[in-house]
Design a protein around this ligand. Structure first.
Ligand SMILES: Cc1ncc(COP(=O)(O)O)c(C=O)c1O
Length: 376
């Protein structure tokens, strides 16, 4: 079976993990610090705070920005973490519709949904295709509203020639096993403001003023004393994960280039299929191609057909406002509600071979939706 996603692992990651295991310091320590410095430099941000997931990043980003008791305008086309993070902060998710082609949040609908209670706009760079940040930031600034980016898919993506990571008030990354930069579990927030960086570091480590590593870096001055200034969380990144991340970061440009090459091959292979809509890439972005999502009729038939050929597919995502527990926040979103029924994610990961890609293209091309025209 060809999977939808698969992490790329080499001897570098294995050696990096061995080094940390032998070092005797596995938790929050020097490798995390090194990763944070390198990652901030890579995305062009002033600060990066290493965390154990993007879910934690989204929770803390909204907390430090201050949304409690207010409304956050958000997208339904995402993994549920994005919207649960709003609820963790005792704020109300207000869903805006999406653009049919990019599947990103629609700026015009954001504008319609702004009220005096709006505290923030949450955007997701779906599939690694950046949202139109100039438009979104201009709108937000004109109304005094903050912007948080869920960049879980967008590691290495570019908007108008600049990498995602320093545009808005806080950018949240995921290093989950299937992401472009994978650690197993991990995440980060990048910010530009020193005070936010300091606050986030405290919040990720139980509200404690100094991490154990910071207190023991100089053995001659080991200090057992620390203070706790607020309720924090156990959200920090570990050095084992950070070591994998450093190895992954060094090859990210290469693995992202391979993702783009695979996407281009798919684009070419499907170009003449009238029944299949390919993902778009606007002229002013460089997508990190986290996934390759097509729109097809008879979606479920199509998925079953590929499954029989040994090709796994998936659906990203069921619009979140349709989930049972989001009923209180339901609002009709015509585009999201119709387009998701045609979405299919095809396999895309750097180690996919050219033979596998050709086989997937050939298999997709041999599906003829008109054969199922009697179906609903
Ligand atoms: C768009 C989006 N946001 C947030 C997350 C959550 O990331 P993590 O698994 O690192 O918590 C994911 C992960 O699947 C995601 O795809």
């Amino acid at each position: 079976m060809i999977p939808v996603f698969r992490p790329t692992v080499g001897d570098e990651e294995i050696a990096a993990v061995s080094e940390v295991l032998r070092s005797g310091w596995w938790g929050l320590g020097p490798k995390t610090k090194e990763f944070e410095t390198e990652f901030a430099k890579y995305v062009g941000a002033n600060y990066a705070v290493g965390l154990n997931s993007a879910t934690a990043a989204l929770h803390l980003a909204l907390k430090v920005i201050g949304v409690e008791g207010g409304e956050v305008i958000t997208t339904p086309m995402t993994f549920i973490s994005t919207n649960h993070a709003i609820l963790y902060n005792n704020a109300i998710p207000v869903f805006a519709d999406i653009e049919e082609d990019t599947l990103n949040i629609d700026v015009r609908d954001i504008e319609r949904k702004i009220t005096p209670r709006t505290k923030a706009i949450m955007v997701v760079h779906y599939g690694g295709h950046p949202c139109d940040l100039d438009e979104i930031l201009a709108l937000a600034r004109s109304k005094g509203i903050k912007v948080v980016e869920d960049a879980a898919h967008a590691c290495g993506a570019e908007y108008k020639g600049k990498r995602i990571g320093s545009f808005s008030d806080a950018t949240c990354f995921s290093f989950h096993a299937v992401k472009n930069l994978a650690m197993g579990e991990g995440g980060a927030i990048t910010v530009q403001d020193e005070n936010l960086d300091r606050w986030l570091r405290r919040l990720r480590w139980m509200g404690i003023t100094k991490s154990t590593w910071d207190r023991s870096e100089d053995v001659s001055k080991y200090s057992w004393y620390y203070n706790v200034e607020e309720v924090g969380y156990k959200y920090h990144l570990s050095d084992v994960a950070a070591a994998i991340g450093l190895a992954q970061l060094r090859k990210l440009e290469r693995t992202n280039a391979r993702r783009r090459e695979i996407a281009a091959r798919y684009d070419k292979g499907f170009a003449d299929l009238e029944w299949l809509e390919r993902p778009v890439e606007r002229a002013y972005v460089k997508s990190s191609r986290h996934n390759y999502v097509v729109k097809v009729p008879k979606r479920d038939r199509f998925m079953a057909y590929l499954q029989e050929k040994g090709i796994a597919t998936s659906v990203h995502y069921i619009p979140n406002h349709l989930y049972a527990m989001y009923k209180p926040y339901y609002t009709p979103l015509p585009i999201a509600e119709s387009v998701w029924q045609r979405l299919v994610t095809l396999p895309l990961f750097p180690d996919l071979t050219d033979e596998q890609i050709d086989f997937i293209i050939e298999s997709v091309r041999s599906f003829h939706p008109s054969r199922f025209s009697h179906d609903a």
